[in-house]
Design a protein around this ligand. Structure first.
Ligand code: GLC
Ligand code: CA
Length: 553
């Protein structure tokens, strides 16, 4: 197995606005990233995925792009990007950009042209439909909701038609059925790949082919009612094959974001030599404390989490490759969700062990490796995220302000978007200016500088875990098997390759637990490879959120 095999990689995700400010204007940028690349390499990262850094009006913080071939002035310029790229490559880090092609910004020149009329070269770049007139009133072309709630259609007075936007109204959906749009996408891919970029994370890529006729969805289902007719649409595979051809010319890696995707559907895209994507970012395991979206919160269920983990581990085994993650810019912090803020260090490290050693490429989201937790703001006006604000306005309106804020507190994407906590000094060392967003108050204890010095910090645990994985073919390629799936307290799984075996045991309990090694795993012959407590303990006992990794030769 060659070392360039993408399956060996660990990927670090940067949401640049909150990562590190290099020029003191309060906004993270590529100058800051340049300084911190060594940190990412020291963590054990093999690649950096940048959430969008292109020019954008930021209705959805970069996921609304107004120019695909440039860098947003807030973050630097193309020259600075090239410097970051070169330095990253020098450190052995690949660079993966976010490719957002389901939609553009409404301020993209294509959309500005498109809305001007039905007969210019860009008229068919977007999805326009005439109003439906009922009882002489203007109605939406169908009943689809936007993913950010509210209708998925916006009327444009100039053109006299509605345009489709599956996200915010400032994010009109591109018409991928138009071959000229697909040529544009390939041109954009080449632009970055020619510069030396190593691949793409492809935003909501399973939404890009809409069902012809755009039929009505289930009337009463909120937010996702139209999904049946735009997720995994009829031409998705053929569009992805086209893009794959371009990526292949460069040997570029492609990771697709795939909301509400079952294993069976995933296999169509990620299995075999002629796969059209290398990995999928699926959402199953992100719903262990909610129904579909974090806003519909319920108590965390370890069993639900484990079912999702194992479904994908068994489902892709020998056929595809998993993207392993617990956090990104779209989800609240995992310790606040699946762990315990009280046992922050213990649960943060146990959570790390619970996913990094599964089969797949581990992703680490900025601040996750420090054990950053959710921020609690006392008014909806202080939150930024368009999704949170819309949900707050739309649902549970009969509930008190406090209850609805509590829903935002457990669900908001803003918790992942607070400035990175580098030091215990002013503004957590994120900026010398005024930070663009609230810094979590716990930065005095939770920060990279303090954790560097503490051998048992979450940061140093991530380092050890990623190193262990990188050096072990068992952990990279080995078969996965879960034990005691019905336990509501423990998550136990093994990886095996040839006669080598590794067993990972993680407690999700605030109390002491004990366990027995599964049949065939002889306790007398086990070596402890990694644990998350400074002092040792009897092999088959676990302290609160203790995690142990054992090996058999
Ligand atoms: C993806 C992104 C998310 C964005 C949405 C629309 O889910 O990860 O941040 O809001 O797509 O582009
Ligand atoms: Ca800056």
């Amino acid at each position: 197995m060659e070392t360039s095999d993408f399956r060996r990689m660990s990927i670090y995700q940067i949401w640049i606005r909150s990562f590190c400010d290099g020029n003191g204007d309060g906004i993270g940028d590529l100058y800051g990233v340049f300084e911190k690349l060594d940190y990412i390499a020291s963590l054990g990262g093999d690649a950096v995925w940048f959430s969008p850094i292109y020019p954008s009006p930021k209705a959805d913080y970069g996921y609304d792009i107004s120019d695909y071939r440039n860098i947003d002035p807030d973050y630097g310029d193309l020259d600075q990007f090239r410097r970051v790229l070169d330095k990253a490559h020098g450190l052995g880090l690949k660079v993966i950009l976010d490719l957002v092609i389901n939609h553009t910004s409404d301020e993209h020149p294509w959309f500005k042209e498109s809305r001007r009329g039905k007969d210019n070269p860009y008229s068919d770049y977007y999805i326009w439909r005439d109003p439906v007139i009922k009882r002489s009133r203007r109605r939406h072309p169908n009943n689809w909701s936007s993913q950010f709630s509210g209708p998925a259609w916006e009327f444009d007075e100039g053109r006299g038609q509605y345009y489709l936007h599956l996200f915010d109204k400032k994010q009109p959906d591109l018409n991928m059925d138009n071959p000229r749009v697909r040529e544009e996408i390939k041109g954009i891919m080449r632009f970055w790949l020619d510069m030396g970029v190593d691949g793409f994370r492809e935003d909501v890529i399973t939404f890009i082919s809409k069902h012809p006729g755009l039929p009505n969805g289930l009337p009463l289902l909120p937010v996702i009612n139209g999904m049946k007719f735009y997720n995994h649409g009829p031409n998705l595979h053929s569009f992805l094959s086209e893009f794959r051809e371009t990526a292949k010319e460069y040997g570029a890696i492609q990771i697709g974001e795939a909301p509400l995707t079952p294993v069976s559907a995933a296999l169509r895209y990620v299995s075999g030599e002629d796969r059209v994507l290398d990995m999928l970012i699926q959402f199953d395991h992100m719903a262990a404390d909610c129904f579909i979206t974090e806003y519909l919160h319920h108590r965390f269920s370890l069993r639900k989490l484990k079912r999702a983990f194992s479904r994908w581990q068994y489902g892709l085994a020998g056929k595809g490759w998993n993207a392993l993650y617990l956090e990104n810019h779209d989800h609240p912090r995992v310790i606040s969700r699946y762990g315990s803020e009280r046992f922050r260090r213990e649960s943060g490290t146990a959570l790390a062990a619970s996913y990094i050693f599964q089969q797949g490429c581990p992703f680490v989201y900025q601040g996750q490796e420090l054990g950053m937790t959710n921020i609690r703001l006392d008014s909806i006006d202080k939150y930024n995220d368009v999704a949170s604000k819309n949900l707050y306005r739309t649902f549970f309106r009969w509930q008190s302000k406090e209850k609805r804020l509590q829903r935002i507190y457990v669900s908001s994407r803003d918790s992942a978007r607070t400035p990175m906590q580098w030091t215990g000094g002013e503004n957590a060392g994120f900026t010398s200016g005024k930070p663009w967003f609230f810094v979590n108050e716990n930065y005095r204890e939770v920060n990279a500088e303090a954790e560097e010095k503490d051998p048992f910090s979450i940061l140093n645990f991530y380092r050890r875990a990623l190193k262990l994985r990188k050096e072990s073919d068992v952990l990279i390629y080995g078969d996965y098997r879960e034990y005691r799936p019905r336990s509501g307290k423990l998550y136990m799984y093994s990886r095996s390759l040839g006669n080598k075996r590794i067993l990972v045991v993680c407690s999700f309990s605030e109390r002491e637990q004990s366990f027995a090694f599964p049949a065939g795993f002889d306790p007398a012959k086990a070596t402890l490879l990694l644990g998350n407590y400074p002092e040792g303990s009897a092999p088959e006992s676990l302290r609160p959120y203790e995690a142990k990794v054992f090996a058999w030769e």
